[in-house]
Structures are given as structure tokens and as C-alpha cells.
Design a binder for this molecule. Structure first.
Ligand code: SF4
Ligand code: FES
Length: 196
């Protein structure tokens, strides 16, 4: 695999061809916030918190670093007024759904996000898909999936699979940036013990 040279936040970074900008930054110890990324999972590009500015051939654009390929000569900025503003708004939107998430609170403090900017819609799940993808891609069980679409989209355990598989696994639980996955699991078990 050939090497490529790019510049991230003023630092020369050598990356392997095929790496994303996020992977290149991480390999150089440069932090970019993520909410839907996991190094063992296929890139998803859903939360957009990892957006950075990328300059190539004199043109600068905003790119989603967890899916954007590292290119020879690319100049990347992981923080700027514009990026911080975007991250702040993303966090404010997500905090309308999951105001108690520690991960979101930490990022909100860093980017000055106002947790109360948008009206609360306590759905608690932020649709990062980590639980769904981890179960499908790593465990190959599909015990949890997305149901519905758009604003009605939510994750749901498949009781027939989950009640057999999840008790002894729960590997996706610590990946959830909110409390929703745990709550959904408690509900599945409660319904099962009710015989409902
Ligand atoms: S339940 Fe948690 S891990 Fe699963 S999609 Fe929602 S926020 Fe992400
Ligand atoms: S971490 Fe890149 S879009 Fe979520």
C-alpha cells in the first residue's frame, strides 16, 4: 500500500492510501470528535460532527472526515470558526433528543453548545447506528435494528433474537452515546417476563 502525505492542522502527516481523513488524523494523534464512528465498523457518515475543512488545488470544502479519503497534498483544518459553529448546531440539535448524554455534554462544553436552544423531543436515541451496525457487522446477529423512517425512525430489539443472544453479549451497550439502548433492552425484558 502506498503512502500519501497530507497536512492536518499544520502538521505533516504520512498516511496509507485508503485511509480516511479521520484515520489519518487519529494515526497522528490529532483529535476529531465522532459520534457514529467505530474503528471496527464500516464508515457510516451519519452524525456529521467529524466535519473538517479540506483544501485541495486551491479550493476549500467541508468534508465528513470519517468517510472522506485522505489524498496526497490535502490540507486539513479540524477546527475553525465555521467548523465550530457547525458542530455547535449539531450538538444543540442532538441535545434536544438526549440532553443527559455525558458524551454530548462534554462536547457541548467544548463547543459552547446551548442544550436548551431547541425544543426538547426526548427520543433519547440520536440514530448513530452503532448498536445496529455492531450487532450486524461484528456479531452477525441482527438482534437490534432501525424501524420506521425520518422523524419516526427508532431502534428496536428483535425480541426472538435479543432474548436469546443479548443477555450474554451486551457488547454494544457501552457504545451507545445515550441511555436509550439500555432502556430499550430493559423494556424488551420486561415485556417478555410479562408474557406480552
Ligand atoms: S440506541 Fe444508542 S447506539 Fe443505538 S442508534 Fe440510538 S444512540 Fe446510537
Ligand atoms: S463520526 Fe463522521 S459522520 Fe459521525
Amino acid at each position: 500500500m502506498s503512502k500519501i502525505l497530507l497536512n492536518i492542522d499544520g502538521k505533516e502527516v504520512t498516511a496509507q492510501e485508503g485511509m480516511t481523513v479521520l484515520e489519518a488524523a487519529q494515526s497522528a494523534g490529532i483529535f476529531i470528535p465522532t459520534l457514529c464512528h467505530h474503528e471496527k465498523l464500516e464508515p457510516f457518515g451519519a452524525c456529521r460532527i467529524c466535519m473538517v475543512e479540506a483544501e485541495s488545488h486551491g479550493r476549500t470544502k467541508l468534508v465528513v472526515s470519517c468517510v472522506y479519503p485522505a489524498e496526497e497534498g490535502l490540507v486539513v483544518r479540524t477546527r475553525s470558526e465555521k467548523i465550530d459553529r457547525i458542530r455547535r448546531t449539531i450538538l444543540e440539535l442532538l441535545m434536544a433528543h438526549a440532553p443527559d448524554s455525558e458524551q454530548l455534554k462534554e462536547l457541548a462544553a467544548e463547543y459552547g453548545a446551548d442544550a436548551d436552544r431547541f425544543e426538547k423531543e426526548g427520543s433519547f436515541c440520536i440514530h448513530c447506528g452503532l448498536c445496529v451496525r455492531y450487532c450486524a457487522e461484528i456479531k452477525k446477529k441482527n438482534a437490534v435494528g432501525f424501524v420506521d423512517r425520518g422523524t419516526r425512525k427508532e431502534i428496536s430489539f428483535v425480541p426472538e433474537i435479543a432474548l436469546k443472544e443479548c443477555e450474554n453479549c451486551k457488547e454494544c451497550f457501552p457504545l451507545c452515546p445515550t441511555s436509550y439502548l439500555q432502556a430499550a433492552w430493559v423494556l424488551v425484558k420486561a415485556l417478555a417476563s410479562d408474557g406480552s
